[in-house]
Design a protein around this ligand. Structure first.
Ligand code: NOJ
Length: 575
C-alpha cells in the first residue's frame, strides 16, 4: 500500500451550497450570502468542516451563474464582495474552510472579454475565444464541425457582425475561452483565481476542468443517425495540453495551500483519472468522476426510463471511483448529489413515504463508509427528495431540462407519448430537483424566505416540508439529520478505516445487498446495505461470515441479528 500524506482536505467533509436556494434573508425570493452567513452554525452542527459555494459571481444567470460576466463581482441579488469577505471571515471564525466554484472553461457572452472579442476580427482579444470560419456544403453555411453541445444543438454559434462561428460547449451564452492563448490564461489566473485566493478562500471546485484543451476539432463519429449533431465528449475532454495548463494553475494554488476538486466527465480510463489526481503529478487534488451519478441515465442523459440500472451496475461504478486510490498516491471523492443531480433517495433509495427516512439513512451510512473526501449537497442531510410528478413543466427552470423537452417535441412532432416519457424522465433525473428552496421549517415558503415577504421563491418550495424540514429534524433523534451527524462522528472516530481504508466489494453480483469491506493495516470493517424495500437475510460472504464481528452502527434502532430491515445499513468491525 502506498502511504500518502494526510492533507487537511483528505479528512474533510464538504457541504455544498447553492446560493439561490439555500436561504433568502431579504425577501426577494432568491437565496443570498447573508442567508448563508445566518446558517453557518447550523452547517457546522452537521459535522462538516468545509463549505463549497456554487457560483455567486455576477452573471446573467442563463446557466445559474455558470455563465460569469465578472469574476471580481458578486451577483447583486446574492450580495456584494464585502458580503463575501464577511462570509469568508465568519466561516473561518467557526473553524471551517470555504471553497468557491472556479468556472474558467467559458465565460458569459456578457463578460467584457467576450464583448471585446466579438467586436471585430482585429480586436486584441479576438483570440481569447475560439472563432472559426464557416464550412460551406453545397453552398449552405455549416458550423466548423458536427459536435453536439452539452445542452443540445451545435456547439457553434454564428456571429453576424464578424461572420464567424464561436465555440460554446454549453449554452450559446457561454462562449469557451481559448486556453491556447497564454495572455488569456494569465488573465484567467489573475481575475478568477488570485482575486479570491487573496481574499482568503481555501480552494476551488473546478468546473469542467478537463475541457480546457480541445485538441483536434474534427467531426465526431455518428452515434445518433437522426441528428446533425453528434456526441463529442471524448474529443473535447482530456486534450493534449491539459497537463501543462493544470501544472500552471497548480503553481499558483500551491502558494496558498489551496485545495482543488475538478469535475472530470467522459474519462472512463482509470489511469487517466489517476494522472489528474496523483500527488506527484501536481495537477489536481481530487476529481469528481461521473461513474456513479451517470448510472441510470440514457445515451443522451434523459433519454431513458426511471431507475434504468441494476444494483451490480451501481456498485461497480462506486468500485471504479474507490479503486483509483489502491496502491497509488492519488485521492478520490464520495458523493451522490450535487446541483446537477436529482435527489439520491429518489434515484437510489425510495421516496415512498415509509421508505424515505430509512433509505436516506442507509445511503448516509454507505457514503460515510467509503474512502475519499465526502461531499454532501444541501438538503441531502435532511433526506429531501425530488419534486412530485404532478408538477407541470413550468416548474422546470433549468436550461438542460427545458432544452431537452423542446428537442423531444421538435423531433417527434409533439407526440403526446414521447412528451409524457420525457417528463417522466425529467421527474426522475432533472437538475431542477436539487435546486428547489431548502426546507427549513413548516412556515411560509418552508422558512426559505422571511414569512412576511411578498415575492414568491424563484422555484416552488416542496410540498412535504411537514415531514421533512431542518427545524424539526434538529430536535428529532430519529431524523435523517440526526443520523448524518452520528455517521459523520463515526467516520471521524474511525478515520483510518473509513476515510483511508482499502475498499473491496465482497459480493458484486448480489442484486439486493451491497456488502463491502474496508481494511487498514490489520483493522477491518464490513458495511452491509439492503437496497430493497423488504427485509433480507443477512447473508455475509464466506470471507467474513466466520470472523468475529462487532456491530459498530446500524441505521435501524434495535436491529435484528440475522436479518436486515428494508433499506437498512450496518457497519461491523471485524476482529
Ligand atoms: C458543470 C456545472 O456543474 C453545471 O451546473 C454547468 O451547467 C456546467 N458545468 C457548465 O458550466
Amino acid at each position: 500500500m502506498t502511504v500518502t500524506e494526510r492533507k487537511w482536505w483528505k479528512d474533510g467533509v464538504v457541504y455544498q451550497i447553492y446560493p439561490a436556494s439555500f436561504k433568502d434573508s431579504n425577501g426577494d425570493g432568491i437565496g443570498d450570502l447573508n442567508g448563508i452567513i445566518s446558517e453557518l452554525d447550523y452547517i457546522r452542527s452537521i459535522g462538516v468542516d468545509t463549505i463549497w459555494i456554487c457560483p455567486m459571481y455576477d452573471s446573467p444567470q442563463v446557466d445559474m451563474g455558470y455563465d460569469i460576466s465578472d469574476y471580481e463581482n458578486v451577483y447583486p441579488p446574492y450580495g456584494t464582495v464585502q458580503d463575501m469577505e464577511r462570509l469568508i471571515a465568519e466561516t473561518h471564525a467557526r473553524g471551517m474552510r470555504i471553497i468557491l466554484d472556479l468556472v474558467v472553461n467559458h465565460t458569459s457572452d456578457q463578460h467584457a472579454w467576450f464583448q471585446e472579442s466579438r467586436s471585430s476580427k482585429t480586436n486584441p482579444k479576438r483570440d481569447w475565444y475560439i472563432w472559426r470560419p464557416a464550412r460551406y456544403v453545397n453552398g449552405v453555411r455549416k458550423p466548423p464541425n458536427n459536435w453536439l453541445g452539452n445542452f443540445g444543438g451545435s456547439v457553434w454559434q454564428w456571429d453576424e457582425l464578424t461572420q464567424e462561428y464561436y465555440l460554446h460547449l454549453f449554452c450559446p451564452e457561454q462562449p469557451d475561452l481559448n486556453w491556447e492563448n497564454e495572455e488569456t490564461r494569465k488573465a484567467i489566473y489573475k481575475s478568477a483565481m488570485e482575486f479570491w485566493l487573496e481574499r482568503g478562500v481555501d480552494g476551488f471546485r473546478v468546473d469542467t476542468v478537463n475541457m480546457y484543451s480541445k485538441g483536434e476539432m474534427g467531426d465526431a463519429p455518428i452515434t445518433d443517425e437522426g441528428s446533425e449533431w453528434q456526441f463529442a465528449g471524448f474529443q473535447y475532454c482530456n486534450g493534449p495540453r491539459m497537463t501543462e495548463f493544470l501544472g500552471e494553475m497548480n503553481e499558483i494554488l500551491e502558494k496558498y495551500d489551496a485545495m482543488t476538486v475538478g469535475e472530470c466527465p467522459h474519462t472512463p480510463d482509470p489511469a487517466r483519472v489517476v494522472k489528474y489526481v496523483s500527488a506527484k503529478e501536481k495537477q489536481l487534488n481530487m476529481v469528481f468522476q461521473f461513474d456513479v451519478v451517470d448510472i441510470g441515465q440514457g445515451p443522451y442523459k434523459f433519454q431513458t426510463t426511471p431507475r434504468d440500472y441494476t444494483l451490480p451496475q451501481f456498485k461497480s461504478a462506486i468500485s471504479r471511483t474507490q479503486s483509483i486510490i489502491h496502491d497509488t498516491d492519488a485521492w478520490t471523492t464520495v458523493f451522490l448529489e450535487n446541483h446537477d443531480q436529482a435527489r439520491s433517495i429518489t434515484r437510489f433509495g425510495s421516496d415512498a413515504p415509509e421508505h424515505r427516512i430509512p433509505s436516506g439513512k442507509m445511503l448516509a451510512l454507505m457514503c460515510c463508509a467509503l474512502s475519499g473526501t465526502l461531499f454532501i449537497y444541501q438538503g441531502q442531510e435532511l433526506g429531501m427528495t425530488n419534486f412530485p410528478m404532478e408538477w407541470d413543466m413550468s416548474e422546470y427552470k433549468d436550461v438542460d431540462s427545458t432544452n431537452y423537452y423542446k428537442m423531444v417535441a421538435a423531433r417527434t412532432n409533439n407526440s403526446e407519448e414521447a412528451l409524457k416519457a420525457a417528463k417522466a424522465s425529467l421527474q426522475h433525473l432533472a437538475r431542477d430537483h436539487a435546486r428547489v428552496p431548502l426546507s427549513w421549517s413548516t412556515g411560509p415558503y418552508n422558512g426559505f424566505s422571511p414569512a412576511d415577504t411578498k415575492a414568491q421563491p424563484w422555484m416552488r418550495p416542496l410540498p412535504d416540508a411537514e415531514h421533512c424540514n431542518a427545524k424539526q429534524q434538529q430536535s428529532d433523534k430519529a431524523s435523517v439529520l440526526a443520523f448524518w451527524k452520528r455517521m459523520l462522528q463515526t467516520r471521524r472516530d474511525h478515520n483510518d478505516l473509513l476515510v483511508h481504508g482499502n475498499y473491496a466489494d465482497l459480493d458484486p453480483e448480489n442484486k439486493d445487498l451491497y456488502i463491502f469491506s474496508k481494511t487498514w493495516r490489520g483493522q477491518k470493517a464490513v458495511a452491509v446495505c439492503n437496497f430493497t424495500d423488504s427485509a433480507k437475510a443477512l447473508a455475509l460472504p464466506e470471507a467474513v461470515a466466520n470472523s468475529k464481528r462487532e456491530l459498530l452502527v446500524s441505521s435501524v434502532d434495535g436491529c435484528e441479528e440475522g436479518k436486515l430491515a428494508a433499506y437498512e445499513g450496518r457497519i461491523y468491525l471485524l476482529a
